[in-house]
Ligand binder design. Structure first.
Ligand SMILES: Nc1nc2c(ncn2[C@@H]2O[C@H](COP(=O)(O)OP(=O)(O)OP(=O)(O)O)[C@@H](O)[C@H]2O)c(=O)[nH]1
Ligand SMILES: [Mg+2]
Length: 453
């Protein structure tokens, strides 16, 4: 392994209260000495925060006064000596600090994922855990995040280890049979089949759990639509708790669709307010607005029809609309609960959701309905799924090996061949956790990480 010391920012470029920079490798103590002076280096204590003034070792110029933490290898994230520095979150400071540290002999900028790669190579985590670090950072919803945390804690590693032990045991018995093949006339093939089938089922079960990753850049999309003046924009503001979009009593207030981000218990969603869709366009601009509304509606993961609950019977936009996933009857505050068609408005169907942007009635129910249809319900603590294409491919290799073994057993039982296939299966399982890995595999895993992780 390369023994250079690496440095990278852990926080994104930009202004913030505090930024974080990480250094890992044999030169960490030298970095402390060069930045803060001999006194600091001599007093360096693991896991104790220190306040110091960092100076550029070349010029002596003050970079920042900052807090830093030292972790002594192997008790650190990477397993090496690690230094974490927390300067003020000014990009100029972070840049100067990085420059100063990189200028120290034996130190270079880290590659993407290199800290985690070192953690793997130093035995701090296996490959399923290393891969889940990226999942923890990039999970686009709560269910994914919880799964990523389970993966990070080694839940999959444990499953794979159990499976690999089972296969190892089978292999050992097969090897015995190979040794005694000449003497023992008839190995117990029926017993083998049960064992193979059990391994096959376990592999298949993990394989079936595979889910791709939801992407943060493709958050679920909920679209509010309905007749002009129905109260769509008011509903967006009420859901957000702030006056974000324009509201007025003039039908046709919203022209272009407006997208906002809304946090629901399950995660973040894109919420789109559209221009009202009328039976007939009043002018060319109106026709264009309506066209755009219909286009974005096509892309929606959840279509929320907003119906003015005061609209008179026969003119209500829910009549004849079968496309909506959720129907909201707006302005419920204006509706006398006891009033019936006396006011001219149709009754609200039992399945409909009454809501008022003025009083807040029904908003919690609407959020809940959106959450339930846009997010996988939080699974129980035992539930686990794999997210890595690489792990999936390894499991498929393992499964293919077991299938070949079963095929042999049924058609042409030869102990040597069975033993060979079991070795293939075992190797496939071992590559999931990285017990067996290659430079190419590590390269492809960690290249997808961010710098500083
Ligand atoms: N009392 C009451 N008035 C509401 C409610 N929701 C909307 N309104 C009023 O209804 C009118 C239309 O509201 P908007 O939110 O602009 O309606 P819209 O569906 O976005 O209309 P367009 O953009 O024109 O399609 C405004 O005068 C709102 O103040 C509500 O829950 N209660
Ligand atoms: Mg509007």
């Amino acid at each position: 392994m390369d023994s250079q010391t690496i440095v990278a920012p852990m926080t994104p470029a930009g202004v913030s209260a505090v930024a974080a920079v990480r250094v890992s490798g044999p030169e960490v103590r030298a970095v402390v000495r060069r930045l803060f002076g001999d006194k600091h280096a001599a007093a360096l204590e693991p896991r104790k925060a220190s306040l110091g003034t960092a100076r550029d070792p070349q010029t002596g110029k003050v970079i920042d006064s900052l807090l830093y933490l030292f972790f002594e290898g192997p008790n650190s994230y990477t397993g090496e000596d690690v230094l974490e520095l927390y300067p003020h979150g000014n990009p100029l400071i972070v840049r100067d600090l990085l420059q100063a540290i990189r200028g120290i002999e034996g130190v270079r900028l880290a590659e993407p994922g290199e800290f985690t790669r070192r953690a793997f190579l130093n035995g701090k985590m296996d490959l399923t855990q290393a891969e889940s670090v990226a999942d923890v950072i990039h999970s686009a919803n709560r269910a994914e995040l919880e799964n990523a945390h389970r993966l990070l804690s080694g839940a999959l590693s444990k499953k794979i280890a159990t499976l690999a032990a089972q296969v190892k045991d089978i292999s050992a018995r097969l090897e015995l049979d190979v040794d005694f093949a000449e003497e023992e006339a008839d190995p117990d093939f029926a017993g083998w089949e049960t064992r193979f089938v059990s391994v096959r089922e376990s592999i298949q079960q993990i394989l079936n759990s595979f889910h791709g990753k939801a992407s943060l850049s493709r958050l679920p999309l909920a679209v509010l639509y309905g007749a002009p003046n129905a109260g769509k924009s008011s509903l967006v503001n009420a859901l957000l708790g702030e006056d974000r979009v324009l509201v007025s009593n003039v039908p046709g207030t919203t022209r272009d669709f407006v997208e906002v981000r809304l946090f629901l218990p399950g995660g973040e969603v894109r919420l789109v307010d559209t221009a009202g869709i009328a039976d007939r366009a009043t002018d060319e601009l109106d026709a264009l607005s309506m066209k755009k509304s219909k286009e974005i509606l096509e892309e929606a993961d959840l279509k929320i029809l907003v119906v003015d609950s005061l609209a008179p019977a026969g003119l209500r936009s829910d009549e004849g609309d079968n496309d909506a996933d959720v129907v909201v009857y707006s302005k419920s505050d204006l509706r006398d609960p006891n009033a019936t068609p006396a006011t001219g408005a149709s009754p609200i169907p039992d399945s409909g959701l009454r809501a008022s942007s003025k009083t807040g009635e029904g908003l919690a129910e609407l959020r809940q309905a959106m959450n339930a249809s846009l997010f996988k319900q939080t699974a129980d603590a035992e539930d686990l799924w794999i997210t890595s294409e690489r792990e999936k491919a390894c499991l498929e290799d393992a499964l293919a090996g077991v299938d070949r073994a079963l095929d042999l057993l049924r058609n042409n039982p030869a102990v040597e061949l069975l033993a060979f296939e079991m070795q293939v299966v075992r190797r496939a399982l071992q590559s999931i956790t990285g017990e067996i890995s290659s430079e190419d595999i590590l390269q492809s895993i960690f290249a997808g990480f961010c710098i500083g992780k």
